[in-house]
Design a protein around this ligand. Structure first.
Ligand SMILES: Nc1nc2c(ncn2[C@@H]2O[C@H](COP(=O)(O)OP(=O)(O)OP(=O)(O)O)[C@@H](O)[C@H]2O)c(=O)[nH]1
Length: 408
């Protein structure tokens, strides 16, 4: 498998755009380095392959990044009881959906930092506030934002929610036009198939009509049908987060290349901790394939927690009092399973770029959270399990290319 276009090291990218190479950045004081790195990241065409297609909204850059720690911020807004806190708890804290019934109403903005393959923040807003009102400082609120997620309860009266959403879109379009606006038409689990489709179309139509009455044609708004009771909320979050990954076009090109060289039907790159997929190849996605991959990750994690736990040995303390740790007897897991006797249509999973994030209290290792990506491939009819060595080889080439995309 050959590695496609943009495996050029970052310094080459930088010089190509007339920016100082990274060696010079390393000599710069930390503060200015951050600004420069952020500026590089914000370049419109950073890591973007030549393509006749217009980029989707903000792919390839984090909007508005001027100050702060550079972590994209996802803001959850919407009416009271629309399901904002439930979404955040289920996706990022693995709360069982049925337990969201007992969540209390949010009274002030809840800010949480998420540490996954990429660090970001999730801000959960109370439903009763007017987010564009004078008590909010818009600079503070929208300066570092990656995406605004507006949650609409599809089982409830939604006209007021649409009205507030449109006010917010108009406000953002005039002041912060680069922000992604993502609308979750939520709680669709309680609606029949027909009614669900009708409600979804009705909401889109009303939003668009109201905006075009205000002379806003084709604003950057995306709509998703979601529920915490199935995988739809994870799929929607995957798509929201993908738009914030500058390297997305490179990842897609790498996965396309892997699929075509290994006769893979569909490949996903998952963040194992959050079960958000950060990229997939560009072939059409089958309904249900996300669910299969997500369940497969659960099985592999359960098995590797029993048999493949990390065996860290303490190897003495440094002068700074830090504990030296050495990992022993652990390798990236890979797994193949099939659901038919001929071993066709099997699933292939390989852990990628696993690294441990050990925390210590009083020099004793307490927690060791693992953050890593996993590649999951759905193999087609014409790719029998006997070809696994070839696929292993191609995946290792893919893994090397990925290290260049995410050097950390
Ligand atoms: N049927 C269904 N109920 C849901 C879903 N998501 C959330 N809920 C329920 O909706 C209710 C309100 O959820 P919350 O997460 O507290 O709503 P919120 O938007 O954070 O509310 P405020 O804090 O008042 O702004 C809870 O009883 C949840 O169980 C969903 O996808 N389907």
């Amino acid at each position: 498998m050959s590695s496609p276009h943009s495996s050029a090291p970052p310094s080459v990218e930088a010089e190509r755009h007339g920016q100082p190479p990274l060696k010079e950045l390393e000599r710069a004081p930390p503060g200015s380095r951050l600004t420069l790195m952020r500026y590089l990241q914000d370049l419109n065409d950073a890591e973007t392959p030549a393509s006749p297609l217009e980029p989707r909204y903000h792919t390839g850059k984090l909007p508005n990044s001027k100050t702060g720690d550079g972590k994209p911020r996802l803001m959850l807004m919407g009416q009271r009881r629309s399901g904002k806190s439930s979404i955040s708890s289920v996706v990022f804290h693995k709360l069982p959906p049925s337990e969201t019934l007992y969540l209390e109403t949010t009274t002030k903005i809840k800010k949480e930092a998420m540490h996954s393959f990429m660090d970001f923040q999730v801000w959960d807003f109370p439903g009763h506030l007017d987010y564009t009102g004078p008590e909010f400082d818009p600079e503070n609120l929208f300066d570092e934002i990656g995406a605004l997620i507006w949650v609409i309860d599809a089982q409830d009266e939604y006209l007021e929610a649409i009205h507030r959403l449109n006010r917010m879109i108009i406000y953002l379009q005039s002041s912060y036009p680069a922000i992604n606006i993502e609308v979750f038409v939520h709680k669709v689990d309680g609606l029949s198939d027909d009614y669900r489709g009708d409600t979804f179309r009705d909401i889109i139509q009303r939003v668009q009509d109201e905006l075009s009455d205000n002379n806003y044609e084709n604003p950057p708004v995306s709509f998703y049908q979601t529920s915490i009771y199935d995988h739809s909320i994870f799929e929607a979050f995957s798509k929201v987060i993908q738009k914030l990954i500058p390297q997305l076009p490179t990842l897609e090109a790498l996965l396309n290349s892997l699929c075509s060289n290994s006769r893979i039907e569909k490949a996903y790159l998952f963040d194992v901790l959050s079960k958000i997929y950060i990229a997939t190849d560009t072939s059409p996605t089958d309904i249900g394939s996300y669910a299969i991959c997500s369940d497969y990750i659960d099985v592999v994690i359960d098995v590797s927690e029993i048999y493949g736990w990390d065996r860290f040995m303490q190897i003495g303390s440094t002068t700074a009092g830090e504990v030296g740790l050495e990992e022993t007897g652990n390798q990236d897991a890979d797994s193949v399973i099939t659901m038919d006797r001929k071993a066709h249509n099997y699933l292939y999973l390989k852990e990628i770029n696993k690294y441990a994030n050990p925390s210590t209290i009083l020099n004793v290792l307490t927690v060791c959270s693992l953050r890593y990506l996993a590649l999951i491939c759905l193999m087609g009819e014409d790719s029998p399990a006997g070809r696994k060595p070839l696929i292993d080889h191609n995946v290792s080439v893919f893994q090397d290319a990925l290290k260049q995309v995410f050097p950390r």
